[in-house]
Write a protein that binds this ligand. Structure first.
Ligand code: SF4
Length: 386
């Protein structure tokens, strides 16, 4: 197997994560886009070496699981042939960039994301989870997406560089944008933002660190739009999947319909330019479906760290979910499926489930020791309905 094998928070293609059912590989498509050939290639790999499914992540990446260690080298070779593999594990980790899927040709988003990826290849010392974001399409949409350094626009269209946690961004020219972002990342490292290999920009600013003039913000960003729903949108059609799990056959079929597929941080795929989609296994294109508002990690038995089952309970709760609410069922306190807050978070513990309202898994629970079967019989206990 190429690269090192790790058990940790951020699997990659070079460095997979070991799970109970085999290796998990995370693929980071450059610019958050897949050509038709790349998408069909991934579908082939999932069928040949994985479990026949792919997972969409909240950083607009794709995961395959259930991989035999002996197959890893062959998968890397195929990913390289598809143009979906970085030079090495360090380059793969550094290229942690979320891109708005709604970019338009000529708006500079893709060019900026590409230049940023090139620049990050030479930057060392950032934590594994430190991320960048390019939200410079026709309207900002990534307000709920985790990132430490953000490219956004002011209401007049001015390009802004904003450290996460700051209320304002710094206007930058396109030609200097990447250099300024790298300077901001360099300041984060030099000013002590990294401790024991971890650290986030928001926490660093909140503990009294202020970027120097030229990197500190002076201009507010335009307000981000709410998370979109599945179905037709101005840029095409958004296709959702329960728990972000996509069958290889469905990806293959979508790739035959569109020359390009864009990944989103909402566990949906954008099919640019299409107005409708045919019925396909697992595909959700109904904006009223509650399933895109239900988050659940693999849980037991697939994840060795899980303290309980997740997806069966989450699917059972979906039909009781009031409009506009979201629920997160997590197999442990890591909260892999939904790092941010949810209206209701249910976390498996050694003593039943904990319930958190309007918070992430790290928030203080309102109730503990809950039995999921009882919650399914009485969903009003968690959703406040009769
Ligand atoms: S949150 Fe879920 S997938 Fe992540 S480590 Fe815990 S049980 Fe495993």
């Amino acid at each position: 197997m190429n690269g090192g094998l790790i058990k940790g928070w951020c699997p990659g293609a070079h460095r997979p994560m070991a799970a109970e059912d085999g290796l998990i590989l995370r693929i980071r498509p450059p610019g958050g886009r897949l050509s038709s050939a790349q998408a069909r290639g991934l579908a082939d790999l999932a069928r040949a070496h994985g479990q026949g499914t792919l997972s969409l992540t909240t950083r607009a990446n794709v995961q395959m699981r259930g991989i035999a260690p002996a197959d890893h080298a062959a998968i890397l070779a195929r990913l390289a042939a598809l143009g979906l593999l970085d030079a090495d594990a360090a380059a793969e980790q550094a290229r942690n960039i979320a891109v708005t899927p709604f970019w338009r040709a000529g708006d500079g988003t893709l060019e900026l994301a590409t230049a940023l990826a090139d620049g990050l290849a030479n930057l060392c010392g950032l934590p594994a989870k430190f991320g960048f974001m390019v939200d410079t399409g026709p309207a900002p949409v990534l307000g709920g997406t985790s990132a430490d350094i953000r490219f956004e626009r002011a209401t007049d269209g001015t390009l802004l560089l904003r450290p996460d946690g700051a209320t304002q961004g710094q206007p930058v020219q396109t030609a200097e944008a990447v250099a300024r972002a790298l300077a901001l990342a360099g300041w984060f490292i030099a000013s002590g933002g990294v401790k024991d290999g971890r650290g986030r920009m928001r926490t660093h600013l909140a503990t009294g660190h202020t970027p120097p003039p030229g990197l500190a913000g002076t201009t507010p960003s335009a307000a981000a739009l709410p998370e979109p729903l599945p179905g037709p949108c101005a840029a095409g059609v958004l296709a959702a999947f329960a728990f972000g799990e996509l069958q290889a056959e469905t990806l293959d079929a979508l790739a035959r319909l569109s020359g390009e597929i864009r990944l989103t941080p909402w566990r949906m795929l954008l099919l640019p330019g299409l107005a409708t989609l045919p019925p396909l296994p697992g595909l959700i294109a109904d904006p009223a479906s509650p399933l895109p508002r239900v988050f659940a990690c693999t849980g037991a038995p697939g994840c060795g760290q899980a303290l309980g089952e997740t997806r069966a309970w989450a699917a059972g709760l979906a039909s009781h979910l009031p409009p506009g609410m979201c629920v997160h069922v997590s197999g442990c306190a890591k909260g892999c499926a939904h790092p941010g807050p949810a209206d209701v978070t249910l976390t498996a513990t050694t003593a039943g489930f904990s319930l958190i309202r309007n918070g992430a898994v790290s928030a203080a629970p309102e109730m503990e020791g809950l039995d999921p079967e009882s919650l399914l019989r009485h969903p009003e206990r968690i959703f406040g309905i009769c």
